[in-house]
Design a protein around this ligand. Structure first.
Ligand code: ZN
Length: 413
């Protein structure tokens, strides 16, 4: 699948030191620095292409863009892979409801998503992979799981046995009761007769009348959700054999912690004999004016609609960065308006002949971002610099600040 257009990152002057990036790891329930490396491997779960791109998506991809940018600003290489769940129940259900071909629906939403990512100045992944094009990889991974006695059949469907991973549950830390509740809410089938454990997850769904299917050693069918990410990540990120974990970061929204990331990690562990990721990083959910944003409530706000109504994409980026990525946050029109005003004032200050000193603010923004991507602090530092510049302070290099804001925060001004 084509990714989107590459984005140039301005270089950061070498005199600015860049401490290691600390990120909150859900599995260890704490903030830990990523070890110094020349190459980091990041996998972020992509969209199911039927309702791209609402602000919840935008917030997630912005979060991992900030981590990506910080590591690149440190001079490291980043291998970044993202999937597209272009075959799944919600996509087929929406296509049926709207009487469109599921492939056309997916293609139209993927095109919209790419455009939104370009507008939001999100660095493209090195590999942007649809499940349909990765079908052989997914089938190979399931075959390996089967050879390691971690699968079983129920009728013509194949399941992953969660007990095959002795660490199952260690990334999400939920009670059995909570796991069962969330599993049922997010596509699982805990009550199905014939399963060995209610939490066992579908790996391969045998062919159903009227649904697309692919040939496989386990019969005609289509893959379950979790195995696709695991298979795509382990193939395209090319894990180092010497490392304790297969990849550095497994990322996504906090609604993916369970079951999706727990299952992918468990399957990845069986496939490679080691922990899947060093850091499991999650961004919070976005609400609208204090109410949870969801498809069922019909209150999704779409990036493309905001942009077509004349909203500056950098104001969307700024508004999302006003609160910390890890928290559940609320989007509001008033917040967007304030963000737009700050973008205008920042642009004006950056175009002034004389501005407040910039070295200190750049160094402080670097420190804030290194500390678990503390964007509220970074924006506060920028606001103070704008105010000081408006009041006539001198001695800064606005060109250098402009390049740093682009490199680290993705604010193209
Ligand atoms: Zn995923």
């Amino acid at each position: 699948m084509n990714s989107w257009a590459s984005v140039a990152i301005p270089p950061l002057d070498k005199r600015f030191s860049t401490p290691p990036l600390s990120l909150w790891d859900t599995a260890r329930a704490g903030s830990y620095p990523l070890p110094d490396k020349d190459l980091y491997r990041i996998y972020v779960c992509g969209i199911t292409p039927y309702d791209a791109t609402h602000l919840g998506h935008a917030a997630t991809y912005l979060t991992f863009d900030l981590a990506h940018r910080y590591l690149r600003a440190r001079g490291a290489e980043v291998r970044f892979v993202q999937n597209i769940t272009d075959i799944d129940d919600p996509l087929l259900e929406r296509a049926l409801r709207d009487n469109v071909d599921w492939r056309e629906l997916a293609q139209s939403q993927i095109a919209l998503f790419r455009g939104d990512m370009v507008n939001l100045h999100i660095l493209p992944p090195d590999h942007y992979i649809g499940v349909v094009e990765a079908m052989e990889l997914v089938i190979q991974s399931i075959t390996t799981l089967a050879s390691r006695s971690s699968t079983y059949e129920v009728d013509k469907d194949l399941y992953f046995s969660v007990h095959a991973d002795s660490d199952f549950g260690s990334r999400s830390h939920l009670s059995q009761e909570k796991m069962l509740e969330i599993f049922a809410e997010r596509g699982g089938d805990p009550t199905r007769i014939g399963k060995r454990d209610p939490l066992d997850a579908l790996l391969w769904l045998g062919h159903r009348e009227g649904e697309p299917s692919w040939p496989s050693p386990f019969g005609e069918g289509r893959p379950g959700w979790h195995i696709e990410c695991c298979a795509i990540a382990l193939h395209y990120l090319e894990p180092e054999t010497s490392s304790d974990t297969s990849i550095d970061i497994q990322g996504g929204g906090s609604d993916l912690i369970f079951p999706h990331h727990e299952m992918s990690a468990a399957q990845g562990k069986i496939l490679q004999g080691r922990e899947f990721a060093s850091h499991y990083v999650h961004s919070g959910m976005i609400g609208l004016e204090g109410v949870k944003m969801s498809k069922s409530l019909g209150n999704l706000v779409f990036v493309s609609k905001l942009v077509s109504s004349g909203v500056d994409p950098m104001a969307i980026r700024w508004a999302l960065m006003e609160s910390h990525y890890s928290t559940d946050r609320s989007w509001s029109d008033s917040g967007l308006l304030k963000a737009s005003e700050w973008i205008i004032r920042l642009r004006r200050a950056l175009s002034m002949m004389e501005t407040a000193p910039t070295d200190g603010v750049i160094a402080s923004i670097i420190s804030a971002q290194a500390d678990n991507l503390d964007t509220p602090k970074s924006l506060q530092l920028i606001k103070e610099w704008v105010l000081a510049s408006e009041l006539g302070a001198e001695g800064g290099s606005p060109g250098e600040l402009s390049r740093a804001l682009d490199a680290i925060l993705g604010l193209a001004l």
